[in-house]
Design a protein around this ligand. Structure first.
Ligand code: DGL
Length: 275
């Protein structure tokens, strides 16, 4: 295994930059290829059939870049299309669901879990299925809720995240979780970690599980098992080694994407998929 091969990170758009950020944090010596399907986002309301087709095309693209590992940063793809990814990939891959569920099961004290995600993620029940595979379901109660307005609000930026109307929407979305008395909430969408502060104010004392963070920790273990961790570099890493590919560069791209990533996005490539 060539340890210097890149890790491919795939998302429906720019939300997956929150996941990439966690990977750069935990695995700073790796090279990355980030693919955002900005021309066809959002995936959250699309049918499973369409998302599977898009996912296959993206995996083909990442394979053409000779990646050693593929990260399915999009929770919606991780929920409805991992079988399609598996069919088209001979490269190991990590989705968002399994690492988040394992972390939630470790975190909960009262076995009352909450899940928030896109409509597609929640309707798929992928988190529920994984909870029943990894946990003792008879004693675990699950409350799940789609929160489709969170994605555009996060992309609108800090003023909207801090706006009273966003708090009102969040309170409406989260009221059942308060009634149920959950102690752990899975943030099952790329964008939700940006609402961490607000969510923790509305649900005080509830553990918020960031799937990006836990998948990055899982990737360290997997790469180590594969003998494929990049060598630690002696020189001080001034900036992460990332090649960016997007299927569109939307008008607000340079306002939004670097904010979600936390550092500048240099020379993004514009590509076409599925043609
Ligand atoms: N990346 C998606 C997810 O994590 C959110 C944006 C979309 O709907 O495509 O589910």
């Amino acid at each position: 295994m060539n340890n210097e091969k890149p890790i491919g990170v795939f998302d429906s758009g720019i939300g997956g930059l929150s996941v990439l950020k966690q990977f750069v944090r935990f695995l700073p010596f790796e090279k990355y290829i980030y693919l955002g399907d900005t021309g066809r986002v959002p995936y959250g309301n699309k049918s499973a059939e369409t998302i599977k087709r898009y996912a296959k095309e993206s995996v083909e693209f990442l394979k053409s870049k000779d990646v050693k590992l593929i990260i399915i940063a999009c929770n919606t793809v991780s929920s409805v299309a991992l079988d399609a990814v598996e069919q088209s990939s001979n490269v190991p891959f990590i989705g968002m669901i399994h690492p988040a569920v394992a972390a939630a099961l470790r975190a909960t004290q009262n076995n009352k879990l909450g899940i928030i995600g896109t409509r597609g993620t929640i309707a798929s029940k992928a988190y529920n299925t994984t909870i029943s595979q990894l946990g003792n379901t008879s004693s675990i109660s699950i409350t799940a809720r789609a929160c489709p307005l969170f994605v555009p609000l996060v992309e609108e930026g800090p003023d909207w995240i801090a706006h009273p109307s966003t708090r009102l929407i969040a309170e409406e979305y989260l009221k059942d979780f308060l009634v149920e008395g959950i102690d752990t909430l899975i943030l099952g969408c790329t964008h939700y970690p940006f609402l961490h502060q607000l969510l923790s104010e509305i649900l005080p004392g509830v553990a918020l599980i960031d799937s990006g963070e836990h998948s990055a920790v899982g990737a360290i273990k997997l790469l180590a098992e594969m003998g494929a961790l990049a060598a630690e570099k002696n020189e001080f890493l001034k900036k992460p080694d990332i090649d960016f590919f997007f299927t569109d560069i939307p008008v607000n791209f340079y306002d939004t994407a670097p904010r979600l990533l936390g550092f500048p996005i240099e020379s993004p490539h514009r590509i076409n998929l599925g043609q």
